[in-house]
Design a protein around this ligand. Structure first.
Ligand code: 5AD
Ligand code: SF4
Length: 434
């Protein structure tokens, strides 16, 4: 049997995609994917530093893998990702977890094959962490997790420095991939079965060569059914982009537009670069142009100095906008960011209590949005067997709603019409409309 690898990924879709590249590199070396860490020959942990819970889970997982290494001395363990861009954490892993064979940063992914080879010869933890990106590595192999959905990077890094966020420090300054490189990756993916691309960047709207133009070029790729993108920054949304939704037939009617807070005072201290008035105007403009668009957001509760009044403003704003869904987060102090140094940190219990109240309001609007789908016939791309029940398939509407329905198992990646019959907070249910 071939040697096998297992990759444990924390964090966002950028990390998911980096893991797909790591998988591609390992497969090129002759490794095949294991479905669990036990018994694998190489284990990579791709870390995330955006909030403390991912940080803590990483150390928990590392403890588990230590036991595997004790049983199997030949096991190779590597640690990658955003946490490893922080010197203090590299030191911590080296000293407290010396069984780790190698550490590599977010700009060193292409070096994975060398690191695996060298681990067989070296006795101590091998560290390859560049402090900043030297160049964009094109042409690396990718093993896609979902053959019908390709994650495609368009920018790397972030220049926005929101005051709570660690990303600009772990992913560096923003750089854009050339449009030709993106187009050829997408064309190749479509040739091998991709129906949908998800364009990735911390702020896709600031894509150097023109984001709307890129969408226009991608929309012409034959066989490409859907184009999605994330994340958009409200301060950089252009009219061009709003118009693009009705202009390009295969641009999905779905937008991820992080709000973060509904209080101008908090938004300003977060360094977000917009007011709630500007955000609301954007939502109105977008819905006027594309009435059935699905809008998703991110919101943080308990940012330093957030008062009960500030939080109330967020609640009222969320009720007013009626998002289709929202990722809600409890503010997490990230050392090295300006907000971590603020003296007016909100008490844990208050942050949690606000979080619960926010989730309730968010869920109410998600349910009411979903209920409005009942009776509609939606185009759904089949993604697989439902995670909840193997009697059902699951897929997504163009507006990114999860739909469960009964249908033929062999049709993965295909587009079908589904009549929506039931709605819950997080998903829809329907029947094939034949
Ligand atoms: N604490 C809580 N949430 C955070 N996010 C980023 N940094 C933090 C933090 N320190 C959230 C933001 C962002 C999403 C990806 O993660 O809402 O949009
Ligand atoms: Fe972080 Fe703000 Fe950049 Fe998003 S835009 S990655 S929240 S700094």
């Amino acid at each position: 049997m071939n040697n096998s690898y297992f990759i444990r990924t924390f964090g966002c879709q950028m990390n998911d995609h980096d893991s797909e590249t790591m998988a591609g590199l390992l497969e090129n070396m002759g490794y095949c994917e294991a479905d669990k860490p036990e018994g694998a020959d190489v284990i990579i942990i791709n870390t995330c530093s955006v909030r403390e819970n991912a940080h803590n889970s990483f150390f928990g997982v590392l403890g588990q893998y230590k036991k595997l290494k004790e049983k199997n001395k030949a096991l190779v363990i590597g640690v990658a990702g955003c946490m490893m861009q922080q010197d203090i954490l590299v030191k911590q892993v080296k000293t407290k977890y010396p069984f780790v064979d190698f550490i590599f940063g977010t700009y060193n992914i292409h070096e994975l094959p060398d690191l695996v080879q060298e681990s067989k010869l070296l006795k101590k933890t091998n560290v390859r962490v560049l402090p900043e990106r030297e160049s964009i590595q094109e042409g690396l192999p990718v093993k896609r997790k979902y053959p019908f959905r390709a994650l495609v990077d368009i920018t790397y890094g972030c220049n926005n420095f929101c005051s709570y966020c660690i990303v600009p420090y772990t992913r560096g300054r923003e750089v854009s991939r050339g449009p030709e490189d993106i187009l050829s990756e997408v064309r190749n993916a479509v040739k091998s079965g991709t129906k949908e691309v998800m364009l990735l960047g911390q702020n896709v709207n600031s894509y150097e060569y023109g984001f709307s133009k890129l969408l226009g070029n991608l929309s012409q790729v034959e066989g490409l059914k859907r184009i999605r993108f994330m994340t958009s920054h409200p301060k950089d949304m252009t009219e061009d982009l709003i118009k693009a939704f009705s202009k390009y037939h295969n641009l999905s009617k779905h937008l991820h537009l992080p709000l973060q807070s509904g209080s101008d005072n908090v938004l300003s201290r977060m360094n977000r670069g917009y007011t709630k008035g500007k955000y609301l105007q954007l939502i109105k403009d977008i819905r006027r142009e594309v009435p059935d668009i699905g809008i998703r957001t991110d919101i943080i509760t308990g940012f330093p100095g957030e008062s009960e009044e500030d939080f109330q403003e967020t609640l009222n704003f969320v009720e007013e906008v009626q998002f289709d869904s929202a990722f809600t987060f409890i503010y997490s102090k990230r050392e090295g960011t300006p907000a971590a140094a603020c003296e007016d940190q909100v008490e844990e219990s208050v942050k949690h209590e606000r979080f619960q109240r926010l989730v309730k309001v968010v869920n109410e609007s998600a349910l009411s949005k979903n209920l409005s789908y009942i009776g509609k016939v939606e185009e759904v791309i089949i993604e697989g067997v439902s995670r909840k029940s193997n009697e059902y398939l699951e897929g997504r509407t163009d507006s990114f709603k999860l739909v469960n329905f009964k249908g033929p198992m062999e049709a993965l990646g295909e587009t079908v019409l589904v009549k929506i019959t039931e709605a819950n907070t997080f998903s829809l249910k329907g029947t094939l409309d034949l």
